[in-house]
Structures are given as structure tokens and as C-alpha cells.
Design a protein around this ligand. Structure first.
Ligand code: PLP
Length: 399
């Protein structure tokens, strides 16, 4: 078996423990030192004059950060609001829907558990029905995903909730096709793009989804708590923040009601939002070719990692290369069916990999124990040898 390889050449830009083979950028992201230093700087500035900051500077600085983010996402600033994270974005939209008993909320079996819970809660409170489209995994072509979803539309479908990049299975879904097919049936789409910004080139305006939420703390590498919600203009009035605050009756005519309401939901630390432009700039400067090169680098690395792992396990890649961004999941032989941890369940193998080999990588019970997947991520601080090491360890442990 290989010995533990060092991290990649960019690893010293992060605080990650160099003794750990960290192959799980996907779960919570990891923020470069320079971005965190800039976050600390703004936190100190806020604390030096809290009144001056919140009364006089906050909205202008938020607008500036939003403009930068809008440019990065191919969106209009007017349609964009910061939220803490994608879970909040999904909840905000779902709780704004006015539903009737018998209405249908369409979702896939790959949906992230927290957001599926939000959908179930809204359905339970309104008498709506959750309809699940069972996309197979492994799958041979993205058409299988599209056809499976389209088959589940009915006259009662009110909303499609779909991930841009699926969490457990790491697949990039063809959301452009889905938005257009749903639109032709008069159905709004809520795209959960938790993983998409920084992993995929985005054009949210061109996509035209009624609702799109995403995180900047994953693949843009912004500080944690930097999510956004993009609402198409004709749906602004419909979507209210989860927290109603001053904006609901503020007299200002300088800002839209949409921004008045979503930009202030009570006192909080806004430093993660305000440092999104720094993350966009710093990550975009790490490679000479900027963001396109960074996305290409991470994609090629995760594809190489996936191949190393599949070869080690003697299996074929479970979905086409074209459906991979910088996350990839690979089925493992069945586990013991005993997920650990209540809130973020994971397979016992995940703990063994960390405790005995210092490899941090999620082993996910999917679709249900004892079936399980191992999911790798690729970021600049990784190198191919780390996946070869993982492959040799996993082969030993599961065979
Ligand atoms: C598809 C999807 N939605 C939502 C989330 C939740 O992100 P957050 O915890 O930042 O809200 C994740 C996290 O991995 C995800 O993969």
C-alpha cells in the first residue's frame, strides 16, 4: 500500500492540517488564509464603530459586494439577496409558496436531506403532496435524469426543487433543460445550487429559473455563512424573507422592497457576505488562467481521482464524465448498515479512514444503508497521489 502523500502545492494558502489527506472540500468548503484575514479586518472595523458601520456604511458595502457577486454569477444585482446558506435559501422560497391541498411538489431521490425535510414540512402544513422522481445511480446519460423527472410532472405540479449538483451522488444535472421543460408546463423551478458557484460557470440570468440559491462558502471559498438567493423579477413580491424586519414598512424609495426586506433580517455579522468579492478575486488569481482554469483544474483532478478509485475497486465510473464538476461519488460494496452520528449520518468506514489513515472523505449511506457511496472532492490544495492513496486504503478495507 502507498504511504500517505503530502498535500498539493497550494496547500500552504489554507489552514488545513497538512497531516490529513483532506478530500472533502464539498461538505463545508475551506477558506484561504488571505480571505479569512480580510474577514477579520472588516470585523475589527465593524467593532471599532458599530453605529457608524450599520447606520451609514452597511447597505453601500452590501450593494458593492452584491454587484461583484452578480457579475460572477451572470445575474442582475436587483435579483440577488444574500442569505446565510443554501438551506436558508431553499426554506425562504418554499415557505413563501401559497399552496393548496393536492398541489404537487416535485423533487428527486437525490435531494439533500435538509432541503427535502423543508419540502416535507411545507407539504405537511398545506396538504400539498411531495412527488419523488427516482433518478437511477449509476446512470449512463443525463437524459435518464431528465426523462425521469419529466415523467413525474402532472397538472397539479406547482414546483420542481432540483439540485444543480447533487450532494450525495455528485452529479451535475442539466438544469437549463429542466427549467425550460418545466417552464413549458407552467411550473416554476427552485434550483438548489449549493455546490455550483465556483465549480461551474454560471449564467443565472440566462438560466431563467424562478428561484436559484447557492453557497459561496463551498467552491468560491468565501467565509462560512455566505449564501445567496436569486429571484427572477416577476417573483420578487412573492418571496418574503424567513425573518420579517424593518424592511416590510421602511419608507425608503432608494431601494426596492425586495432589497429592503432581504438585506436586513436583524443584527448579524455580515463579514462573510462582504468578503465574497475578496474570495472571488483571490481564488481567481491563484492560477494564471483565472476562474476558467481553476474550474478546469479541479474537474480534471477529480476525474483523475475518480478513475484511480474506480480502478482500485475494479468498477466502471457510475456516471458520464460530462456530469462531473469537482465532486464525484463512487459506489462501494455494502457496509454494515449502521450509520454513525445523528445529524450528519455517515458510514463507519468514514471514521476508520480518518482515525486509522488520516483521510477525510465522506462515506455516505445512499440510497439507504447498507448501500453506500464514497465521495471525493478536488480543490487546489489536493494532488492526484492523494486519491491513489485513498484507492489503495479503500481496496484493502472493503475487500
Ligand atoms: C445540494 C445541497 N443543498 C444544500 C446544502 C446545504 O448547504 P448549507 O449547509 O450551506 O446550507 C448542501 C450541502 O452540502 C447541498 O449539497
Amino acid at each position: 500500500m502507498n504511504s500517505q502523500p503530502p498535500p498539493g502545492p497550494f496547500a500552504d494558502r489554507w489552514f488545513l492540517d497538512p497531516t490529513v489527506v483532506f478530500l472533502n472540500h464539498g461538505s463545508f468548503g475551506a477558506t484561504p488564509k488571505v480571505v479569512l484575514e480580510e474577514q477579520t479586518r472588516i470585523q475589527r472595523r465593524i467593532e471599532s464603530e458599530p453605529l457608524q458601520f450599520f447606520d451609514h456604511r452597511y447597505f453601500d458595502e452590501l450593494d458593492e459586494a452584491r454587484r461583484e457577486l452578480a457579475g460572477f454569477l451572470g445575474a442582475r444585482s436587483e435579483d440577488l439577496a444574500f442569505v446565510a446558506n443554501a438551506t436558508t435559501g431553499v426554506n425562504t422560497v418554499l415557505r413563501s409558496l401559497s399552496l393548496e391541498p393536492g398541489d404537487e411538489l416535485l423533487v428527486t431521490n437525490h435531494e439533500y436531506n435538509a432541503c427535502r425535510n423543508a419540502l416535507d414540512a411545507v407539504a405537511a402544513g398545506t396538504g400539498a403532496r411531495v412527488v419523488v422522481a427516482p433518478i437511477p445511480f449509476p446512470l449512463a446519460h443525463e437524459d435518464q435524469a431528465v426523462e425521469t423527472i419529466l415523467d413525474r410532472f402532472s397538472e397539479r405540479t406547482r414546483l420542481l426543487l432540483v439540485d444543480h449538483v447533487t450532494s450525495q451522488t455528485g452529479m451535475v444535472l442539466p438544469v437549463k433543460r429542466l427549467v425550460s421543460e418545466a417552464g413549458a408546463r407552467g411550473v416554476d423551478v427552485l434550483v438548489d445550487g449549493a455546490h455550483a458557484p465556483g465549480m461551474l460557470e454560471l449564467d443565472l440570468d440566462g438560466l431563467g429559473a424562478a428561484f436559484y440559491t447557492g453557497n459561496c462558502h463551498k467552491w468560491v471559498c468565501a467565509p462560512k455563512g455566505a449564501g445567496f438567493l436569486h429571484i427572477r423579477e416577476d417573483r420578487h413580491e412573492m418571496v418574503r424573507p424567513l425573518v420579517i424586519s424593518h424592511g416590510a414598512n421602511a419608507a425608503s424609495t432608494r431601494r426596492s422592497r425586495f432589497h429592503l426586506e432581504h438585506d436586513w433580517t436583524g443584527t448579524r455579522d455580515p463579514s462573510a457576505w462582504l468578503r465574497v468579492p475578496v474570495a472571488i478575486r483571490e481564488m481567481g488569481q491563484m492560477l494564471e488562467g483565472g476562474w476558467p482554469e481553476l474550474r478546469r483544474h479541479n474537474r480534471e483532478l477529480v476525474l483523475a481521482g475518480r478513475k484511480l478509485l474506480c480502478d482500485a475497486l475494479g468498477i466502471e465510473p457510475p456516471c458520464p464524465d460530462a456530469m462531473i464538476g469537482s465532486l464525484a461519488s463512487i459506489p462501494l460494496p455494502d457496509g454494515e448498515g449502521r450509520p454513525l452520528h445523528d445529524l450528519f449520518p455517515f458510514d463507519a468506514l468514514q471514521e476508520e479512514l480518518y482515525d486509522d489513515y488520516r483521510i477525510e472523505v465522506p462515506v455516505i449511506a445512499w440510497p439507504a444503508p447498507p448501500k453506500r457511496l464514497i465521495r471525493i472532492s478536488a480543490q487546489l490544495y489536493n494532488r492526484a497521489e492523494q486519491y491513489a492513496y485513498l484507492g489503495s486504503v479503500v481496496r484493502k478495507l472493503v475487500s
